[in-house]
Design a protein around this ligand. Structure first.
Ligand code: FRU
Length: 480
């Protein structure tokens, strides 16, 4: 009862705040909270015909604090239906917050696993808890909570973000932790989702990969397993992944290659869906370190666009925009073969008030002698100048936000590995975000940029030679 009262109070607060949200910077084709603060995606799960997404949410302010689980569902990742808040702090063990976690479906019910936190003696006590629903909307906390009341010796005070999955009729839980300066993933096993037995350290940092590993995700992909962790204590802070194998008997994940899941500054706490046929991933499209101008407009945070993870024929992780994104196209503004000889070419102006934009650039490498080419996106007010560039010899794709107000300014690069002569680059520009990707080991870059003037003038450029490309430009549907 206490929990439902806390949920209702939080729902009322958000409903009242919606009217005070200034729409100026609202995104068109990304999920964002109806009002106030959000961070990590939580409990991504396919259940009863919908993709459900929960998220870390403060229903009382556009700043981080008092973590609840917001909730929404979708069939296509584009049209989201906001649902009542799923979890609110209400018990002694979670009185200061319901931190991140995951969801699974078992015997027809939806089970959320989260970290309950409470302040005690100057530190945050973190325990693992469960809440269950049979209608996918109202969640009852397990009276046996906390199901895991303390961290094993190998961990430390940081002990959170349970990720549950199933393998060979057992349940497994990966919990993020860290000690002695090394991030760790602690592994538990269960037969019934209620009693959890500690197995051991499934994976840990080599000493350079962060002091605490937040938000672990561990899942099969093809005939391998992939581990994803969001590390604290690295500079810059990037979500890491490893392709490897899971030795369930030993309780160990054996990595054979590591990489960054996205090379940009505004990508964190990535998680994939449980129960979906494809491995679809969402991440928090913001960062703890980033400026957040929309806080002045009573909201903060969004998910990235959905991305699909696949292993290519060399066993490398490829990250692609999910096919559903094609449904977000409203109108094709351009489809042209362009040949540029050391010059620039103006493209149709994009008005970010009416929708987001997608650009697909298919570059013919054989016909391209320019060592440097790409797109320059400037706003009509002359303040913003973002470059999506390609260094053709090194096959490096980069995003330059050094002249982008309200962003973490920098140059962020990803290495490309085209399969043949043609190289395809995707660019998604929304009201205050840009996501780019191409073929290569997790070759994507995500950043928040906040053009004050919403008219953006794109220009293609080629430097020092000839560039040949097919360029398609779509305006995407406006938010409803
Ligand atoms: C990651 C994180 C998680 C934690 C949550 C709190 O962004 O720090 O480790 O559960 O955010 O909101």
């Amino acid at each position: 009862m206490r929990h439902q009262e806390a949920v209702q109070r939080a729902n009322r607060s958000v409903a009242q705040a919606v009217a005070a949200v200034d729409p100026t910077l609202r995104l068109h084709c990304h999920f964002q909270p109806p009002a106030y603060w959000m961070n990590d995606p939580n409990g991504l799960v396919y259940y009863q015909g919908y993709y459900h997404a929960f998220y870390q949410h403060n229903p009382y302010s556009p700043q981080w604090g008092c973590m609840h689980w917001g909730h929404a569902r979708t069939k296509d990742f584009l049209t989201w239906e906001h649902l009542p808040i799923a979890l609110a702090p209400s018990e002694t063990y979670d009185r200061d917050g319901c931190f991140s976690g995951s969801a699974v479906v078992a015997h027809g019910a939806l089970h959320l696993f989260y970290t309950g936190v409470r302040q005690s003696g100057g530190h945050l006590v973190q325990v693992q808890c469960r809440a269950v629903s049979t209608d996918g909307i109202h969640f009852a906390k397990d009276p046996r909570n906390p199901l895991i009341a303390g961290c094993p010796l190998e961990g430390a005070g940081d002990f959170r973000d349970p990720r549950v999955w199933t393998h060979d009729s057992s349940w497994y839980m990966a919990v993020g932790s860290g000690s002695a300066g090394r991030g760790k993933v602690l592994l538990y096993r269960s037969a019934d989702l209620a009693k959890w037995q500690y197995v051991g350290i499934a994976a840990e940092s080599d000493g350079s990969q962060g002091t605490v590993w937040e938000c672990p995700d561990l899942f099969p992909l093809g005939d391998r397993h992939v581990l994803v962790v969001s590390p604290m204590g690295t500079n810059p802070r990037r979500v890491l992944y490893a392709v490897g194998d899971m030795d369930y008997a030993a309780g160990k994940f054996i990595p054979d290659s590591w990489g960054e899941l996205d090379k940009g500054p505004d990508f964190y706490a990535a998680q994939t869906f449980f129960g979906a046929e494809r491995r679809i991933m969402l991440a928090w499209m913001q960062a703890w370190e980033s400026p957040v101008p929309s806080q002045d407009h009573n909201w903060a945070g969004a998910f990235t666009l959905p991305r699909e993870l696949v292993l290519d024929s060399c066993g490398q992780l490829q990250v692609r925009p999910a096919v559903e994104l094609a449904l977000s196209r409203a109108e094709r503004l351009m489809d042209a073969e362009l040949t540029l000889d050391s010059g620039t070419c103006l493209l149709p102006v994009c008005d970010l008030r009416t929708g987001g934009y997608e650009v697909r650039l298919r570059i013919g490498l054989a016909g391209t002698s320019a060592p440097h080419m790409g797109l320059i996106l400037s706003d009509a007010g002359g303040e913003l100048r973002v470059v999506v560039g390609l260094r053709c010899e090194d096959l490096e794709l980069y995003l330059d936000t050094t002249r982008a107000p309200g962003s973490q300014c920098g140059i962020y690069a990803a290495e490309l590995q085209p399969a043949g002569d043609e190289l395809e680059i995707w660019i998604f520009l929304d009201r205050c975000s840009i996501e780019i990707s191409g073929p290569g080991k997790a070759a994507s870059v995500t950043a928040r940029v906040h053009p004050r003037c919403p008219q953006v003038v794109p220009e293609m450029f080629a430097e020092g030679g000839m560039a040949k490309a097919n360029l398609q430009l779509w305006i995407l549907k406006a938010r409803s």
